[in-house]
Write a protein that binds this ligand. Structure first.
Ligand code: KG4
Ligand code: ZN
Length: 341
């Protein structure tokens, strides 16, 4: 089986070719950091236009890398949401057009499902069910992954996502954009105990996350500490909160033999190693995809396409792009969660 995957939901344009036996034949990525850097964050209209310009050449390059033509793929998988709607539409409409042109099925992929299943691309031994900590720029959730398309949300953030907190803290400290890697680099040079910061919801009976108060505390401490100490202390507080909430979830799902982390923040070394320790302490296996598979890419979309296509799940060409698309539609909205699913 050979699947072409397309990703365009945020600020990475990407195309990849992945086989049913987990070979990544090609994965191409065009970042837009330079275009958004002057604004300190992703500007949706700039992102959508950049996707339009980048996508077609990327697909051609990916096909050339893999040494295949479009007629040899079994299906075309494109991110259909959630995300910045202009960008999502660019990738989805391109996927539909290609599917129609070569008479192949379309698989409309939930970007979050791409992250959620990505560890099964890098680890052939990862079996359902597993506990997933999904930490990205837009989301911070704990999910029991029971199978393809079967997700039970155990916790979500009541305010900011984890990656969002990294990005806002980086902006506050003048560390640049994108924020996560910048905070991680600065944190290496600082003392994680230098700045006393809160651990929102740590020890709380409810399962959820909260990061907004942490960011405000960094803002208040800003003038009294170095950016390095602030970054290190902030990162330590985030790790603490992630560990506490994940430990609670591990106790709630004894059927999950493995703890998995995915999404952009899973590229953070401090986060990964702390979670690995937690899993070991709880007698669970720990799986984290390689760094390139944590941040947005099209290989994870192609792989979700592999899993869905293998399960007989293809989509009609009139399927709409969705700005919001929760993995667990039955999960209730939580207090203060705003627009986040
Ligand atoms: O999954 P992703 O690439 O895009 C979304 O779907 O949101 O995640 C991007 C987020 C950004 O907030 C970015 O700052 C964060 O992941 N991130 C990191 C690191 N690398 C990326 N956060 C902390 N440490 C990192 N090394
Ligand atoms: Zn993502």
């Amino acid at each position: 089986m050979l699947i072409l995957g397309l990703e365009s939901s945020c600020d990475e344009t990407a195309a990849a070719l992945v086989t049913g036996d987990r070979r990544v034949l090609a994965h191409r990525l065009a970042g837009q950091e330079a275009a958004h850097a002057p604004y300190g964050g992703v500007v949706p209209e700039i992102a959508a236009r950049a996707h339009v310009e980048a996508l077609e050449p990327l697909i051609a390059a990916a096909l050339a890398d893999a040494g295949v033509t479009l007629h040899q793929v079994d299906a075309i998988a494109a991110t259909a949401g959630p995300g910045l709607i202009g960008g999502v539409m660019v990738g989805l409409v391109t996927g539909k057009a290609l599917a129609h042109a070569v008479g192949k099925p379309l698989v409309a992929v939930n970007h979050l499902e791409g992250h959620a299943l990505s560890p099964r691309l890098s680890d052939p031994d990862l079996e359902f069910p597993y506990l997933l900590l999904l930490v990205s720029g837009g989301h911070c959730q704990l999910l029991l992954v029971e199978g393809v398309g079967r997700y039970r949300r155990l916790a979500t953030t009541i305010d900011d996502a984890a990656g969002e907190a990294f990005d806002k803290t980086a902006k506050l400290l003048g560390l640049g954009f994108p924020g996560g890697p910048a905070v991680e680099r600065a944190a290496l040079l600082g003392n994680p105990k230098a700045v006393p910061l809160p651990r929102p919801l740590k020890g709380s009976a409810e399962p959820h996350f909260s990061f907004a108060g942490l960011k405000s505390a960094v803002a208040r401490a800003k003038d009294d500490h170095s950016p390095e100490d602030l970054a290190a202390s902030f990162q330590a507080a985030v790790v603490d909160c992630l560990l506490d909430r994940t430990a609670r979830a591990l106790d709630a799902v004894p059927e999950a033999a493995t703890l998995v982390v995915a999404g952009g923040v899973a590229a953070n070394t401090a986060v990964r190693s702390a979670l690995e320790g937690l899993a070991t302490a709880h007698g669970r296996r720990f799986v984290a995809p390689p760094l390139w598979l944590c941040t947005d890419n099209a290989a994870m979309i192609a792989w979700a396409g592999v899993e869905r296509f293998a399960a007989g799940l293809t989509d009609p060409l009139d399927i709409p792009a969705r700005p919001r698309w929760p993995l667990d539609p039955s999960a209730e909205a939580v207090r203060g969660a705003g627009v986040k699913a």
